[in-house]
Every structure is written in structure tokens, then in C-alpha cells.
Ligand binder design. Structure first.
Ligand SMILES: *Cc1c(COP(=O)(O)O)cnc(C)c1O
Length: 367
């Protein structure tokens, strides 16, 4: 029988698929628990759920499910552009912002090219580079933070893309405006810089990267409705860039990549400032509670700018499993080369408390 690897791209052979947070349904089925007893703090989702206004808009759109969506995403792109003080031509929609990472690969990567990113950066950049036969250069990250000077040093004539996750997932670290500005002065014309800002809305003083778009630089800023907006299930995110760059990305997408229910929910959610404010507030409070509890337990953690915290628990996989048996799902960090750590999303106050009590038991009486 013929071997499929004589036919498929050889670089796909060692591409390891992305491992998502464990779904509540899986844990319920495997452990015989009620789904309602399980809390998921594994994927940085909004514990308050979607905005009620988004829900209402989506219900209305459900009735129109027999129509194809507006593939051009007119109203949502207009609303995003208005909020960002840009034009609709500066905006592209994606089936999650993850899909836009793929568009950028389609547009700029071929076998033998390089991308530059940080060690412990969001793993999807590396997976997408591999999909296109490109090589990922991972720059060391002292103290788990992106080292932008070293990342600029790593750029070669083969570099096509640089990915900066800000704040980064899974470390929760942030690079400052000053570091970004210094970095951008060193980036040559042949490189596209991607600022992945999935957690932007949780920041008190977010760095301004949209100015590079206004200046005409080769920059893509990625944002999402999956995190503060609580619409992860809908798969909708967006990219911002100068019009000709967006035009190149538009050519790489499927005609109806962003579905109409998602577009309607995102449009209503975008305008619901109150829901975002409330989410920010409970996130900031919950994160402070978690971080001070880790300190009390004597656990090392990385101070976070996002809605999750990376904490060193010893045997990450064992703690992940011990917590799961009690119906608490967190993220095991083995895939990031951090087997002693777990990543936990900030939940509601009762969820955080339940997690912290269970974690205390794990630390004092390991299974
Ligand atoms: C969650 C996350 C995203 C968002 O992905 P979607 O596809 O929009 O759900 C993107 N980048 C990073 C770093 C993230 O953590």
C-alpha cells in the first residue's frame, strides 16, 4: 500500500495539532459528573457569558439562518473601523482571530521562509508557520517576557513575519510602548509585524499599535470577540492593517468565513460597553485574589496583564488531573514545555474560591 507521506507535504508530518482546553462535556462524560457541577477555567473565556445585547441580536439573526451571511461583513467592519478611528478598508473579519493568522501565512509564507516569535509565545504562530513549510525562530524570553531587542536581532533576509502577543498567552506578560517603538524602528520593510492583542481590552493603559497602521507600516493588529466579549463559541475576530495589506489578506479567505449570527452578536457586543466594563472589573478583582492566594501558598507565578495566570505547581499534569476529578478544568502547560506549571483563567468570585481551595489541597496533599 502506498504511504500517504509520498503525496502529502513532508513538513506536515511532524505538525502536532493544537490542543485546546478540555471541554466541559468531555470531563462530564469521562468522570460521570453533571456538566453543571463543572467549572472551566482553561480557555480564558468570559465567566459572565456573552453580553445580553449580543444574545438578543443573535436570536433575531437565527431566524435568518437560511440566508448566506454578508460575506463582506459591512456593518461589523464599519462599526469596528469607527471605534478604532480607521476605515472599513482597514478591517478584515476572521473565523476567530486565529483564522487571520492563517490568512497572513497564505499571503506571505512559502517553504523555507522564517518567522520570528518569542519562546513561550502563543503556539498557533508556530503551527501556522509549519503549515506553510516555514521555520519558526523562537527567541529566549527572560522572565517569560518577550525580548523585543533580541527579536529584532533575530530578523534575517529570510524573515517574513514577526509575531508579538501582547499580552502574551500563556505567560500574561506585556511589552511596553517604549519597547515596541524601539523595536519598530529596527524592523526592515520586508517583514510583516503582527501584534496579537486578544487581551487588549483588559489593559488599563494599552500600548498604541494602530499608529503604525496609520503610518503605512507593514503591521497587522489582531483582536477578538472570544475573550472580553464572551463570544468564543461564535468564532469571530478581526485584523486591522493598511488597505493594501487587508486586500491581500481578503484574497486568501473563504467567501463566508464569518457567519451572520457571529457578526450580529459581535456588532451588538461591541456597543455594550457596560458588559465589557463589568467583565474587566471582575477580572481585575479575581486576578488580584488569585495572585495573592498563590503568594500565600508560596507558589511562584507570573504577574499577569490578562484574564489568566501562569502558576508553578510542581507536577502540572498531576495537579490538572487532581483538579479535574473535582470538576475544575485548568490548562496543563506540557505542550508549552512548562510541565511544572498550569494556566488558570480568572472566573467569577465563587469559581475562583472553589479553585483556590482545591489547589491548596493539591499542594498540601498531592494525589
Ligand atoms: C485566545 C487567543 C486568541 C483568540 O483566538 P480566536 O480565534 O479569536 O478565538 C488569539 N491570540 C491569542 C494569543 C489568544 O490567547
Amino acid at each position: 500500500m502506498s504511504n500517504i507521506w509520498n503525496l502529502a507535504h513532508p513538513w506536515l508530518r511532524d505538525l502536532v495539532a493544537y490542543e485546546p482546553g478540555k471541554p466541559i462535556e468531555d470531563v462530564a462524560r469521562e468522570l460521570g459528573l453533571e456538566p453543571s457541577q463543572i467549572i472551566k477555567l482553561a480557555s480564558n473565556e468570559n465567566p459572565l457569558g456573552p453580553s445580553p445585547k449580543a444574545l438578543e441580536a443573535m436570536h433575531a439573526t437565527l431566524e435568518r439562518s437560511h440566508f448566506y451571511p454578508d460575506g463582506g461583513g459591512f456593518y461589523l467592519r464599519e462599526a469596528i473601523a469607527e471605534k478604532m478611528e480607521l476605515k472599513r478598508e482597514n478591517v478584515i473579519l476572521g473565523c476567530g482571530s486565529n483564522e487571520i493568522i492563517e490568512f497572513i501565512g497564505h499571503a506571505f509564507l512559502k517553504p523555507g521562509d522564517e518567522i520570528v516569535t518569542s519562546h513561550h509565545a502563543f503556539v498557533v504562530y508556530k503551527l501556522m508557520a509549519k503549515l506553510f513549510g516555514a521555520t519558526t525562530v523562537e527567541v529566549p524570553d527572560p522572565g517569560f517576557a518577550h525580548d523585543l531587542e533580541a527579536m529584532a536581532d533575530a530578523i534575517t533576509s529570510k524573515t517574513r513575519e514577526v509575531f508579538i502577543a501582547n499580552p502574551n498567552n500563556p505567560t500574561g506578560t506585556l511589552v511596553s510602548q517604549e519597547e515596541i517603538d524601539r523595536f519598530m524602528k529596527r524592523v526592515p520593510e520586508h517583514v510583516v509585524v503582527v501584534f496579537d492583542e486578544a487581551y487588549h481590552e483588559f489593559l488599563d493603559n494599552p500600548p498604541d499599535t494602530l499608529k503604525f497602521i496609520r503610518e503605512g507600516r507593514n503591521v497587522v493588529v489582531l483582536r477578538t470577540f472570544s475573550k472580553i466579549q464572551g463570544l468564543a463559541n461564535l468564532r469571530i475576530g478581526y485584523g486591522l492593517a493598511k488597505p493594501d495589506l487587508i486586500e491581500a489578506l481578503q484574497k486568501t479567505r473563504q467567501p463566508f468565513n464569518a457567519n451572520g449570527i457571529a457578526q450580529a452578536g459581535a456588532l451588538a457586543g461591541l456597543k455594550d460597553e457596560e458588559h465589557q466594563l463589568k467583565t474587566r472589573q471582575i477580572t481585575h478583582e479575581g486576578r488580584a485574589v488569585m495572585q495573592s492566594a498563590f503568594k500565600q501558598m508560596g507558589l511562584q507565578f507570573v504577574p499577569s496583564y490578562a484574564n489568566f495566570v501562569l502558576v508553578k505547581v510542581g507536577d502540572g499534569k498531576a495537579v490538572f488531573q487532581q483538579l479535574m476529578r473535582q470538576g475544575i478544568i485548568v490548562r496543563d502547560m506540557t505542550a508549552y514545555g512548562l510541565p511544572e506549571w498550569i494556566r488558570v483563567s480568572v472566573g467569577t468570585a465563587p469559581q475562583n474560591e472553589r479553585f483556590l481551595t482545591a489547589l491548596q489541597d493539591c499542594v498540601t496533599q498531592p494525589a
